[in-house]
Design a protein around this ligand. Structure first.
Ligand code: ATP
Length: 592
């Protein structure tokens, strides 16, 4: 059903590092930080690899020669190397952490910018909670990967290669022993890693499932509580978490085993080598300082392999996350502007034609929401759409806003096919007042200004007045600057509608799509909303999904819809006289 789950097999087939490669364009944008990191890495690795040498020298010369000055010099050298190591490590941490932050911010920005522009068909298929989880959990994972894991991985590779080289310099014979042992450790890591990638992806999918569930129910907490379904939802969330933990457990177990086996093999090899080295020292073939130096290089080398084994698993996890983010970034919007978009006449007259439109939602190919639907709305005309639930009234709006393209037929505004227009040009000419207006968690002023971002305060005030909202806005604690709370929690239904009407007034578009609220308002609120709507409709081509008698009485024409088709058209009295569906609906909906 949802896209990421469908796409799982392809992403799993990709090698892990392959997915991470898509990060490169984001990293390369911050060349300075990246270069700084590499330089600091080179310095800190060099310092790390110098330490054992300094240590060996200290043992052999400082102790052996017994001179106080030699001891001082040897220890001073050791301390100098440690200071260099400290500074380089701090610089490396600084560069790579900042790089991680910046890359993830860029990635989030890109992903959000992309998601917000994808067509509604995509958003119907994908739960918003899951998309948010991509933006948060997966992006967060990548932050830790760039900010630390990748750093550790590269450092471990460099240190491993460096210590290997130094092992050979120190004692070629012992180093050969070590070299034979280490590949034995790498094999199980590689095998384990493959399995891990699969498991970690499943794990992230389950986490996303749980997040989506929480986002959905917290977003509809009033419905949950109204049904007293808190225990039910708690149970659902708890089981979703249990599933997530169960898959996490499999991942952690596999990871634990890979780490344990790697460490046993690496340190097993080192012990073996040491044992042989101890015999060399005993028989005088090697100095104690050289063996000490060798031991330190072996520990550093072995440690880097262990670190690599651990971060390798992290990298696999991040690759899963990046794979999923890439999938989303690769989604192409189904609704796009043509290469050279047509223009609308200026000013737009607002002439709307739906010409033999057939449309079905992608998920329901068998059930057309509009079938051979033809309607002409003349400039300035008010047409009321009525019909039983599911008749396709809202779909007419969706098609007009070009949220979806019809499979057959044409939709035209002022004679121009919508497909030839940039969707933004089209949507600039349309104001939508939905049944349940969206109120954002910001001030009343910003909510109204959403209709036209550059509107002046005076224009906002005028819109508030025209929307009959001045009284209740003035009564808010800080007037227009009052925070309305998430989804307008502080406003009544009628007040939310008037905010939406003010927003539409500010937009001042030639075409108005109005979905009347079905919920009953108190008489006073009802009259205020009605008057506000009349102001809004003046001089605009208006399509209204009508739920009120006043609206159908005032409409120039009523279009009766059923099963995606027009079944009757006319004025209220004519249609009533005809009987049929309209008379039935009118009796139920409009006339008490
Ligand atoms: N996003 C969607 N995905 C799949 N099918 C949909 C979607 N939206 C609507 N439909 C289906 O399309 C048909 C027409 O729906 P539409 O919302 O246009 O009806 P409506 O007349 O506006 O109904 P209501 O008065 O209840 O809002 C219905 O059968 C509905 O189930």
């Amino acid at each position: 059903m949802n896209q990421p789950a469908n796409a799982t097999p392809t992403a799993q087939a990709k090698p892990a590092i392959g997915s991470l490669r898509t990060l490169w364009p984001f990293v390369s944008r911050h060349r300075g930080l990246f270069a700084g990191w590499l330089v600091a890495l080179a310095c800190s690795s060099a310092a790390t690899l110098t330490l054992p040498k300094a240590f060996g020298t200290m043992i052999d010369q400082g102790f052996a020669q017994g001179g106080g000055a030699a001891i001082d010099r040897a220890f001073l050298l050791l301390f100098a190397v440690a200071v260099a190591l400290a500074l380089a490590t701090a610089a490396r941490f600084f560069f790579v952490s900042l790089l991680g932050e910046k890359v993830v911010a860029d990635l989030r920005e890109r992903l959000y910018a992309h998601l917000v522009g994808l067509d509604l068909g995509f958003h119907d298929r994908n739960r918003s909670g899951e998309l948010v989880s991509r933006l948060t959990a997966d992006a967060e994972l990548l932050r830790s990967v760039i900010g630390s894991t990748m750093s550790v991985a590269l450092r471990s590779v460099v240190t491993f290669l460096g210590s290997l080289a130094m092992l050979f310099v120190t004692s070629p014979r012992l180093a050969t022993f070590a070299l034979l042992g280490i590949p034995l450790a790498v094999l199980p890591i590689v095998l384990g890693a493959r399995r891990l990638q699969k498991i970690s992806r499943a794990n992230q999918d389950r986490v996303a499932d749980a997040n989506a569930l929480a986002a959905e129910t917290l977003g509809a907490v009033a419905t949950v509580q109204a049904h007293a379904r808190e225990p039910y939802e708690r149970g659902r969330f708890a089981s979703a978490l249990q599933v997530a933990v169960a898959t996490a457990r499999r991942r952690i177990q596999a990871q634990a085993w890979v780490t344990a086996i790697a460490i046993v093999l690496v340190f097993g090899a080192i012990t073996l080598v040491l044992w042989s080295g101890a015999h060399d020292v005993a028989s005088g073939r090697m100095t104690a300082g050289t063996l000490g130096q060798f031991v330190l290089y072996a520990l550093i080398g072995g440690g880097s392999v262990g670190a690599l084994a651990e971060v390798w698993n992290e990298l696999q996890r991040a690759a899963g996350g990046m794979g999923r983010i890439s999938e989303l970034l690769e989604e192409t919007p189904a609704i796009t502007a043509p290469a050279s978009p047509a223009t609308l006449p200026s000013p737009v007259r607002g002439d709307i034609v739906l010409d033999r439109v057939t449309f079905h939602y992608p998920q329901r190919p068998d059930a057309p929401a509009l079938e051979d639907f033809s309607l002409h709305v003349r400039p300035g005309e008010t047409v009321a759409l009525v019909g039983p639930s599911g008749a396709g009234k809202s779909t007419v709006f969706s098609v007009l806003l070009r949220f979806h393209d019809p499979q057959a037929g044409q939709v035209r505004v002022d004679g121009v096919d919508l497909r030839q227009l940039d969707p933004r040009t089209l949507r600039d000419t349309i104001a939508l007042v939905p049944q349940h207006p969206t109120i954002f968690a910001t001030t009343a002023r910003d909510n109204i200004r959403y209709g036209r971002l550059d509107a002046t305060d005076a224009e906002v005030d005028a819109a508030v007045k025209a929307a009959h909202a001045a009284d209740f806005v003035a009564a808010l604690p800080e007037g227009l600057d009052t925070q309305l709370g998430e989804r307008g929690a502080r406003l009544s239904g009628g007040q939310q509608q008037r905010i939406a009407i003010a927003r539409a007034l500010l937009k001042d578009a030639p075409i108005l799509l109005l979905d009347e609220a079905t919920s009953a308002l108190d008489a006073q609120s009802e009259r205020a909303v009605q008057e506000a709507l009349e102001t809004l409709m003046q001089g605009r081509t208006t399509l209204v999904v009508a739920h009120r008698l006043a609206t159908v009485l005032k409409a120039d024409r009523i279009v009766v819809m059923d099963h995606g088709r027009i079944v009757a058209e006319g004025r209220h009295e004519q249609l009533l006289a005809q009987g049929g569906l309209y008379a039935e609906l009118a009796r139920l909906q409009f006339i008490d």
